[in-house]
Design a protein around this ligand. Structure first.
Ligand code: 5AD
Ligand code: SF4
Length: 438
């Protein structure tokens, strides 16, 4: 009888990739994934704390396992990641959920396998929260489950301390992987048939600053252009304060790089951007859009926007809407500001009332949806290249993504998962395109 595991992941792409690493460590120990919790021997929660709702969600789901653990005491429950890393949080988890066996922080993620071995041999509760991490550990093999896409982490941590954000406190300072290790990983992935590689970091634009040898993100993009093959290269996420012309030029010149840039604006109000500690204003941002379009006129720019930051007035909010109109983002992730303990914004006066936040997020989503609709409808009647990723069982159609990050749906009489196909767009709905392949 095989041993089964399930990993429940919250939050961003970085966490999803971290869960692939956790899966790799479990697979190495003979565990097989199983969605049915009642059959599992190990259940891991890879948590997120960027917004309160992600935390509430995790707490609810951990609590729901109490009965299962009672019925099956041999089940090992582990809680790790960003939420566990927050100051004092491990103690809270320990008290609230005494049935949890392993608690580990972000800086202990790569040693989860060893913690599990220790738990199995000692049967003692394990709480391991390292304060800060040194160099990135190489050699943890992720178990990839998203063929033909592969994520490659190029750095960890963040030095920016945006005043609303908890990430720098739970992920530590920026640490970049050595360029040649990234090159080797991407090269092997392309040779093994992966068709889309996404480079990941909290702020990929500051890649290399800590290496001290002049390497920067543009150098990495140039180096990766030496890897031949039929594949796409993406990266996220960028910070407007660090986006350079050198990088945009390197992206434009690398034939594998998608003409899509995720450039979080957060707010259109210069006053709010200052309070957020973002180090750019709306004019700087618009100049960068111009620079991107100069090198790649077809480039799709997507963004993150937040409403309800402390003291945000109706006028500030209207500035955000104005920027949406001006830039015409291809897609937006929209967020309601969430107070995070220990961040400067949490202590700022004039927190925005919930009903005002509700009203603003609705108006923002209406505006951004309209822009996405406009962006996509321009493609009706045209042919786009789609990398087919999967079958959408509900729609009974193949599903993939175009260069600009939009979903493409189409019927096909043969299995085209993992292939690039040319799709003639017959209709568009928001970020989704529908069409036919030849
Ligand atoms: N509240 C709401 N959204 C947040 N983000 C980061 N911190 C918070 C917070 N406290 C958003 C930002 C960031 C994205 C990943 O999450 O928009 O770009
Ligand atoms: Fe958070 Fe700002 Fe760092 Fe992004 S750049 S992770 S928003 S502190």
């Amino acid at each position: 009888m095989p041993k089964f595991y399930k990993i429940i992941t919250y939050g961003c792409q970085m966490n999803i990739h971290d869960s692939e690493k956790l899966a790799g460590m479990l697979a190495l120990r003979g565990y097989v994934e199983n969605d049915d919790e009642s059959l599992c021997d190990v259940i891991v929660f890879n948590t997120c704390c960027i917004r309160e709702n992600a935390e509430d969600h995790a707490f609810g789901n951990i609590g729901a396992l109490k009965q299962l653990k009672k019925r099956k005491p041999s089940l090992i429950i582990a809680v790790g990641g960003c939420m566990a890393q927050q100051a004092g949080e491990a103690e809270i988890i320990r008290e609230k959920f005494p049935f949890v066996d392993i608690i580990f922080g972000t800086h202990n993620l790569d040693e989860f396998g060893i913690l599990l071995d220790r738990k199995l041999s000692s049967n003692k509760k394990i709480v391991e929260i390292k304060d800060e991490s040194g160099k990135i550990i190489e050699g943890v093999k992720p178990l990839r489950t998203s063929y033909p896409n592969a994520w490659v982490s190029i750095m960890q941590g963040c030095n920016n301390f945006c005043t609303y954000c908890i990430v720098p406190y739970v992920r530590g300072r920026e640490r970049s992987r050595e360029l040649m290790n990234i090159y080797a990983e991407v090269n092997v992935l392309v040779m093994s048939g992966y068709k889309e590689i996404t480079l990941l970091g909290q702020n990929v634009n500051s890649y290399g600053k800590d290496l001290g040898d002049g390497t920067d993100f543009a150098t990495l993009i140039e180096k990766l252009s030496e890897i031949k093959g039929d594949y796409r290269l993406r990266f996220m996420t960028n910070h407007p304060k660090d986006l350079t012309e050198k990088l945009i030029n390197a992206v434009a010149k690398n034939e594998h790089c998608c003409h899509q840039i995720h450039l979080p604006l957060q707010s259109g109000s210069d006053r709010i951007l200052k309070l957020m500690n973002r180090h750019y204003d709306s004019a700087d941002y618009l100049r960068e859009i111009e620079m991107i379009k100069k090198y790649m006129p077809d480039c799709a720019v997507s963004t993150d926007l937040m409403i309800g930051f402390p003291s945000e007035t109706e006028e500030d909010f209207l500035d955000t809407l104005k920027m949406c109109e001006k830039v015409g983002f291809s897609s937006c992730f929209t967020f309601v500001y969430s107070r995070r303990r220990g961040t400067p914004a949490d202590k700022m006066p004039d927190q925005v009332p919930d009903d005002v936040k509700k009203d603003r997020i609705m108006r923002l989503v209406e505006c951004t949806n309209e822009k996405t609709r406009q962006f996509s409808s321009r493609y009706v009647g045209k042919t786009v290249r789609i990398l087919c990723e999967d079958i959408d069982k509900k729609k009974n159609m193949y599903i993939g993504r175009d260069e600009y990050g939009r979903m493409g749906y189409f019927p096909s009489s043969r299995n085209v998962i993992g292939e690039f196909v040319d799709m003639k767009v017959t209709s568009a709905n928001g970020i989704s395109l529908f069409g036919e392949i030849e």
